[in-house]
Structures are given as C-alpha cells and as structure tokens.
Ligand binder design. Sequence first.
Ligand SMILES: [Zn+2]
Length: 158
Amino acid sequence: MKISIDGWDAGIRFVAGHFLPSIEKCSRLHGHNYALTIILEGEPDRNGIILDFIKLKEAASKLIEKIDHRMLLPDSGKSMTVRRSGDSISVRFGGKRYQFPASDVVMMPLENVSAEELSAYFAEELARSGIFGSNVRSVSVGVSEGRGQEAWTERHLA
Ligand SMILES: [Zn+2]
C-alpha cells in the first residue's frame, strides 16, 4: 500500500538558486521553484495508517526551511572551486567567478546540485529522521524543478 504527498498541492515547496557547471545552459546562475513529492510504501499499522500525513509534512518542511530562498552550492563538487573567506563564498569554474554572502548560501553534501542529487539527499534525510515505523518499507522522493519535470530516488528502509 502507498501514501503520497504532492508538494505542489500540499505546500512542500521551496525556491533556490543553483548552477550546473558542466551543462552549458545550466551553468549560468538561475533558480527554480522546487516541489517535493513523497511516496511511502508499507502496510497500515494498527490504527489503519502508514504514517500520519502531518508528521510527514512536518519532517519535509523542516528540511526545506534550511534551504528555502538560498543559493545552493555543492560541498564536494569536482566541477567548481568553492572557497570561503570571511563573510563571503566565492565560486570559480570555466573562467567565471561568482561571489555570494555566506549567509545566503547553503553548502549541500552533494557533488552537483541537480534535481537527481537533491532527491537522493531528501530521501536519505527523511530515512534518517526517525519518523517511520517498522511498517514503512520505503520512502521515495521526487524533486520537481517545475511542473512536469522531476527526478526520483527510492530509499529502502531496514
Ligand atoms: Zn536549474
């Protein structure tokens, strides 16, 4: 059995800036209105539910709060050089140099801030959040960069 939350309708959305240095168009600084869709697979517990929707939305909202209206940079990106000095963070790749106030930036534990890697990040963070009972077998997260364009990761739970 499955339950799902569609971030567009359920308000699990955030706005963020990013770039993907190795893709020409995406290497220019831009942003997206992102939404998360979350699917849980499992069996209903003795109360007849897989998980309280409110708990799932709260856990997802907590993750989103940290990155909403921020510039997202990869902390292990091989395609760019990221340096912090004082209150600013500078990024270099392909002859370009950007500088951001450190307070506007969130360093993500990713190689690329792509929808694909973001979906893996959210699936992992939700798996670690401790909100799932033993009746939940897997959590899947879809990261949408706009309606009709999503990347998905399915994370099985032990
Ligand atoms: Zn983009």
